[in-house]
Design a protein around this ligand. Structure first.
Ligand code: TXE
Length: 500
C-alpha cells in the first residue's frame, strides 16, 4: 500500500458544498434549542467540514411531538398504501437525481470511496426504497380459522412513532435500511444519525419533503449518542427503537427502553465473522473473496470477514497470495478512482485499529504485511494480515472494525465448525468450497444470520439481514424488515346464522 494521498495525482478533488446543517423537525430545518453546534470532520485531513446543529433532549422532545402528531392525526398512516408507495417512489427518483452530490457528502464525512458510493451505496438506497414502496400496498393480515363460531381476522397496523439510531460506517445505507420499511408501513420516524456522519441524512430529509412526505413523518435530529441518542431510546412516546451500532451501546438502549415505556427494540450490533476456505477451493478466487470481505470500506463493516480459516492443504499458498494482494492495495484519497482504500472514519477508530494491531503483535501473532499508519495526514492504515492467530486472542475475538485480517489453519470440517462458532457474535459467515455436501453441512452448523457460499456481502433488498447471538436481533431488509414496523391486531365477532 502506498501512503495517504497515494495512487498518484491526475484526479480532481471536488469542492463539496454542504447545504443542510440544521435539525429537520416537522418539515423545517431549525437550530437546536440550545443554539449549540458541533463540528463534523473530514477523515482525509482531520479538518472541519461544517458545523452542525447539536440536538439534545429538548430537540428530541420536539421531534417526537411532531412525529406523534403526524402519526396520531396526520394523513400518512391513513392514506392508502398505494399513495404512500407513490410518494416513496418519488423520493427514490429524487435520490437518483442527486447521486453525485450525495456520494460526495458520504465521502468527505466518512472517508468512503466516491465511485463506490456513486454506483453502489446511493443507487442501492434508492433501490431499497423502491422495494418497500412496492410493498406498501401489499400489507395485509389473515382470516383466522377459529375453533368457535367466530369470525376472526388480523390487521397489520403500523407500530407508531419509531426511533432510528444509526452508525457512521454506511451513512446512506443504514439510513434507508431503517427508514424505508418504517415509512412504507405508515410509521412516523425520528432519526439520530451518527455524530461522525450527519451530512447525507439531512439531505435525505430535504428530498423526502420535496417528494411529498408530510411534515412530521420524517424528522432528523443530529447530535451525540449519550445526549440525543439516549433521549430517543428513553422517550415515553417512541413506540419502537431500531438501533445499529456497538454491542455496548445496544445494551444501553435496550436498558433505556426497558426502563421507560418498554418500547420494542431491534438491534444490529457488532460481528467477527468467519470465512472458511476448504482445500478444494480455487485459490485465486478464494484469496480475492477474502481480500474483498476483509478490506471493503476499510474494514468498517459489521459483517466484514475477519477470522479466516484456511484448510491445511492450501494454507501456505493462501497466505503468500493474500499478502501479495494486500500489498497491491492503493490506500489514499477516496476521490481518486485508482484508490481502493480510504481513511478510517475518525481519530478514535483509527487509534482503536492501531491499538489492536499492537495487541496482536504482543499476543504473539505473526504480522505478515501492513500494520502501520500511512500518509502524512488523515486516518489511513495499511491493509494488515496476521497469521499464527489463536482462537483465544483478542484479535480473533474482538471486533476491530478496520483493515485487519486474522488467518488460521484447520484440518477437518468438524474442527472448523467448532472454531467458527467460537465467538460471542453471529452476524455472518463465508464458505469457500466446490463440495456441495461440505457447503450444506457448514452453512447449517454455523450460528449466524447470513451465510455466503462462494460469495460475500451478498446483500439484496429481498434478503433479510440481521444477527444471531450478541450480534443482536430483528432483521433489516426483506419482508422481515417490514414486519418489525407492523403490529398485529386480532379482530373477532360472533357468527350466528351463517351456514359455516
Ligand atoms: O459506536 P456507537 P462507535 C462498532 C465498531 C466500532 C465500535 C464503536 O466495532 O469500532 O462499535 O463505534 C449512538 N444512547 N460499530 O462508538 O457509539 C451514536 O451516536 C443512544 C459496529 O461509533 O454504538 C451513533 O449514532 N445512542 C456498527 C450510534 O449510537 C447512542 C457500526 C452508533 O455508535 C449512545 C458502528 C447512547 N448512550 C460501530 N451512545 C455496526 N453494527 O455496523 C452512542 N449512541
Amino acid at each position: 500500500g502506498s501512503g495517504g494521498g497515494g495512487g498518484g495525482k491526475g484526479f480532481e478533488v471536488p469542492r463539496v458544498e454542504v447545504r443542510f446543517t440544521k435539525l429537520f423537525i416537522n418539515g423545517n430545518f431549525v437550530d437546536a434549542v440550545s443554539g449549540k453546534t458541533f463540528e463534523t470532520r473530514d477523515p482525509r485531513t482531520g479538518e472541519v467540514i461544517a458545523n452542525i446543529a447539536e440536538g439534545d433532549k429538548a430537540d428530541v422532545d420536539l421531534a417526537v411531538k411532531a412525529a406523534r402528531e403526524a402519526f396520531d392525526n396526520g394523513p400518512w398512516p391513513r392514506m392508502t398504501g398505494y399513495e404512500r408507495g407513490r410518494i416513496l417512489h418519488k423520493f427514490a427518483d429524487l435520490i437518483d437525481q442527486h447521486v453525485e452530490e450525495l456520494a460526495m457528502l458520504d465521502t468527505v464525512d466518512a472517508g468512503k470511496l466516491f465511485l463506490v458510493g456513486k454506483v453502489r451505496d446511493i443507487p442501492g438506497a434508492a433501490h431499497l426504497l423502491r422495494y418497500y414502496a412496492g410493498a406498501a400496498d401489499k400489507i395485509h393480515g389473515e382470516t383466522l380459522k377459529m375453533a368457535q363460531r367466530m369470525h376472526g381476522y388480523t390487521l397489520k397496523e403500523p407500530v407508531g412513532v419509531v426511533g432510528h439510531i444509526v452508525p457512521w460506517n454506511y451513512p446512506t445505507t443504514m439510513f434507508f435500511f431503517k427508514v424505508s420499511p418504517a415509512l412504507a408501513a405508515g410509521c412516523a420516524v425520528v432519526v439520530k444519525p451518527a455524530e461522525q456522519t450527519p451530512l447525507s441524512a439531512l439531505f435525505y430529509a430535504h428530498l423526502a419533503k420535496e417528494a411529498g412526505v408530510p411534515d412530521g413523518v420524517l424528522n432528523v435530529v443530529t447530535g451525540f449518542g449519550p445526549t440525543a441518542g439516549a433521549a430517543v431510546a428513553s422517550h415515553m412516546d417512541v413506540d419502537k427503537l431500531s438501533f445499529t451500532g456497538s454491542t455496548e451501546v445496544g445494551r444501553l438502549v435496550m436498558k433505556a427502553a426497558a426502563e421507560s415505556n418498554l418500547k420494542s427494540v431491534s438491534l444490529e450490533l457488532g460481528g467477527k465473522s468467519p470465512i472458511v476456505v476448504f482445500d478444494d477451493a480455487d485459490l485465486d478466487m478464494a484469496v480475492n473473496l477474502v481480500n474483498f470481505a476483509t478490506y471493503t470500506n476499510k474494514g468498517e463493516i459489521c459483517v466484514a470477514g475477519t477470522r479466516i480459516y484456511v484448510q491445511e492443504g492450501i494454507y501456505d499458498a493462501f497466505v503468500k497470495k493474500a499478502a501479495e494482494l494486500a500489498k497491491k492495495s492503493v490506500v489514499g484519497d477516496p476521490f481518486n478512482p485508482r484508490v481502493n482504500q480510504g481513511p478510517q472514519v475518525d481519530k478514535d477508530q483509527y487509534e482503536k485499529v492501531l491499538k489492536y494491531i499492537d495487541i496482536g503483535k504482543r499476543e504473539g501473532a505473526t504480522l505478515v504485511t501492513g500494520g502501520k499508519p500511512c500518509g502524512d495526514k488523515g486516518y489511513y492504515i495499511e491493509p494488515t494480515i496476521f497469521t499464527d492467530v489463536k482462537d483465544g486472542m483478542a484479535i480473533a475475538q474482538d471486533e476491530i472494525f478496520g483493515p485487519v485480517m486474522a488467518l488460521m489453519k484447520f484440518k477437518t470440517v468438524e474442527e472448523v465448525i467448532q472454531k467458527a462458532n467460537n465467538t460471542r457474535y453471529g452476524l455472518a459467515a463465508g464458505i469457500v468450497t466446490k463440495n456441495i455436501d461440505i457447503a450444506n453441512t457448514v452453512s447449517r452448523s454455523i450460528r449466524a444470520g447470513a451465510i455466503w457460499i462462494n460469495c460475500y456481502f451478498a446483500f439484496d433488498p429481498d434478503a433479510p439481514f440481521g444477527g444471531y447471538k450478541m450480534s443482536g436481533f430483528g432483521k433489516d431488509m426483506g419482508m422481515d424488515g417490514l414486519e418489525k414496523y407492523l403490529q398485529t391486531k386480532t379482530v373477532v365477532t360472533p357468527l350466528y346464522n351463517t351456514p359455516w
